[in-house]
Ligand binder design. Structure first.
Ligand code: BES
Ligand code: ZN
Length: 658
């Protein structure tokens, strides 16, 4: 079906409801060739379409075509994998997962005779298909390897096979898995394995339809060395026996990128009856204390946007090579140990990952071009949580810092198309969609809507949105159509089409973005100015009550051209080069690199070797290279690289290759 425009799709909505539907959910199957109910464009005269168009002035209509995810090989519009059952041995010596996955199939196109899956670096031993209860061997081919997408695994399906079973093993270089030797853990006695599958590395763990457009349930039987514990993004018993045999069940449909596993020697500490934290012993109590407010965070979101729908919410604090601040694996967020600052100052990341249980996990972007639906909504909810728990001042400071970063991202963008919320069709890599534009840009767009429609109205709208699209994968256009019907239609004057387009489709920061003003930051700025002019000595700057945010604002806004005496004075007064808070430390190191302040380089070296969190280290390496420190950076990287996650290795290799 190829309707002329999105508006005409709306116009014939009443006649062709199913034909206009484009939600990527198993509940709303594609119109198949057998489906007589759909009315095609050919069956409507142009005049009829125009007449219908005139009656309906809808502006944002979800397009009729089903969205295409260019980062999957899978033929997911013909066949859907609805359930994956894994049976895997975790082989630490070889650094591979070895076993099988059994996939349940649902035919959207009754004539489909092959199943194409995403695979990356997988060795296939055999494939069988089940028809009418009988298993037979299936013919398959593995396509050429693409550096981003991996390979297409094409399986010929015997007549209406309803299951396939693939016996396989992963590569010891699988990009989605990091294998740590005992020496790389805090306990030093046992190895550690953890996954990171967003955005397209689930295919390095098993052959799957690795696209956010497809949701499936999953189960897993995992065998590990008996002294280790395994956890997954699924239902599991935190008090279960520790014997090396673990079973998991995820009864709610999730996209493949939310599969997750961690195996190692770690403990568990409950925070309340359904929230707790896993971590290596050295950091378990500190983690439970740092994240003690998680139950209140959950209550705050429940109250605003409806119930948490995933059963337990646990967290696991991973080794420092985890390349992200956090990852929203359902029921079990993965977190970096750099959040453990001792004062709960970095727990917005927990609020963020928890918020993904609504935005991202409950409603998922159907393609990575729509990443702001995940990250922008989540950043907005995160900020609302921070406001509810800690008050407006902290929420405003966090938004002000986000705005500083967003402005920088926009000004440094190589391609202007990457600075609008809807990402361009020709994204080189899904990672390109995860800049501050999707995060802070998306948040400020929703702040703009909140302000124009009023908070109470907007809150009700969002609550209904989460309910309406729960467990579906949607596009920006689906959101806009829903917004138009359920919010804009009731108050047409609140925003104009031009204002909306500026946010969604036009590059740059729209003029309608709020400018968060923080009194605390204004006071920091005054003191900073007095210090720079020499009216105030570094030791006289009143920092005693400064929060992490005030420190970050102070450091980020330090002007270019500081003298080495000025760097020294700050360092002597506040020991910034050795500060334990990783956010403050990395902000300081950036300034030190730009200012050529050599005394920070020893601690910076240690930091780069110890911490693998991409947000910190990518920019530090890039800034070193830009500031004539390539050789120094390369020498540190040579030592640090073996400890970094494969994802970080690839990113930093690319920074050096630029
Ligand atoms: N889902 C992201 C992490 C991610 C993004 C992994 C893209 C792979 C590809 C996660 O929710 C996230 O946004 N983490 C942030 C924390 C946040 C507070 C901005 C991070 O890791 O810094
Ligand atoms: Zn996120």
């Amino acid at each position: 079906m190829n309707l002329r425009s999105s508006a005409s799709c709306f116009a014939i909505l009443a006649l062709a409801l199913s034909a206009c539907s484009n939600q990527e959910s198993a509940e709303q199957p594609l119109t198949t060739p057998d489906d007589e109910s759909a009315v095609s464009e050919e069956e409507m005269s142009d005049a009829a379409i125009e007449a219908a168009e005139e009656e309906n002035e809808a502006v944002f209509r979800a397009p009729s075509e089903r969205p295409v995810d260019p980062f999957t090989y899978s033929n997911y519009n013909d066949i859907r994998v609805t359930h994956a059952a894994f049976d895997l041995d975790i082989l630490f010596d070889e650094k591979v997962l070895d076993g099988s996955v059994t996939l349940d199939l649902d035919y959207l196109n009754v004539n489909a005779d092959k199943l194409i899956l995403d695979a990356n670096d997988l060795s296939i031993a055999s494939i069988e298909a089940r028809t009418n209860g009988d298993w037979t061997e299936a013919v398959y081919t593995m396509g050429a390897d693409d550096p981003v997408k991996g390979s297409a695994l094409e399986i010929a399906l015997p007549d209406k096979a309803d299951q396939v079973r693939i016996v396989y093993r992963t590569s010891n270089e699988a990009e989605g898995l990091q294998w740590l030797s005992p020496e790389q853990t805090a306990g030093k006695e046992h190895p550690f394995l953890f996954s990171q599958f967003q955005p397209l590395y689930a295919r390095t763990m098993g052959p799957l339809q690795d696209t956010p457009a497809v949701r499936m349930t999953y189960s897993a039987k995992i065998s590990t060395p008996p002294e280790l514990i395994a956890v997954m993004s699924a239902a599991q018993d935190p008090d279960g026996e520790r014997d090396g045999e673990y079973s998991f069940d995820m009864p709610q449909p999730i996209p493949a990128y939310l599969l997750a596993i961690a195996v190692g020697d770690f403990g568990f500490k409950a925070i309340n009856d359904h929230i707790g934290v896993y971590a290596e012993d050295y950091i378990l109590d500190a983690s439970a204390a740092e994240f003690a407010d998680t139950p209140q965070m959950e209550e705050a979101i429940d109250e605003l946007y409806g119930p948490y729908r995933w059963g337990r919410y646990d967290m696991i604090v991973l080794p420092p090579s985890f390349p992200f601040g956090g990852m929203e694996n359902p029921r079990l967020s993965f977190l970096t140990p750099t959040l453990i600052a001792g004062d709960k100052s970095l727990t917005n990341v927990v609020a963020h990952e928890l918020a993904h249980s609504w935005s991202g996990n409950l409603i998922t972007n159907a393609t990575w071009r729509d990443a702001w639906l995940n990250e922008g909504f989540t950043s907005y909810v995160e900020n609302r949580v921070m406001e509810a728990l800690y008050g407006k001042d902290r929420a405003v400071m966090e938004r002000a810092l986000d705005l500083e970063n967003l402005r920088r991202t926009i000004s440094e963008a190589d391609r202007p198309e990457l600075t609008a919320l809807k990402m361009p069709e020709d994204l080189g890599h899904p990672d390109d969609a995860f800049s501050q534009v999707s995060y802070a840009g998306g948040m400020f767009f929703l702040k703009f809507l909140e302000e124009r429609f009023g908070r109470d109205t907007f809150d009700v709208f969002l609550r209904n949105y989460f309910d309406h699209f729960a467990f579906q994968s949607i596009t920006t256009e689906d959101f806009l159509a829903y917004f138009e019907d359920n919010l804009w239609a009731q108050n047409k004057n609140a925003v104009t089409k031009e204002e909306l387009d500026a946010w969604i489709y036009e590059p740059g920061l729209p003029s309608t973005a709020e400018s968060p003003t923080s009194d605390a930051f204004d006071r920091v700025a005054l003191q900073q100015a007095a210090w720079i002019t020499g009216d105030l000595a570094a030791t006289e700057v009143e920092t005693a009550n400064w929060s992490t945010h005030e420190w970050l604002h102070f450091i980020n806004t330090l002007p270019d051209g500081l003298t080495s005496e000025q760097f020294l004075a700050l360092d002597d007064a506040f020991d910034l080069s050795r500060i334990q808070n990783a956010e403050i430390a990395s902000a300081w190191y950036l300034k030190a690199i730009e200012g050529g302040y050599e005394r920070a380089f020893g601690p910076l070296d240690e930091f780069l070797v110890r911490v693998g969190r991409g947000k910190f280290i990518y920019r530090l390496y890039a800034t070193l290279i830009e500031n004539d420190k390539r050789d120094w950076a390369a020498e540190v990287y040579a030592r640090a690289r073996p400890g970094y996650h494969p994802i970080a290795q690839r990113r930093i290799d690319a920074i050096f290759a630029e």
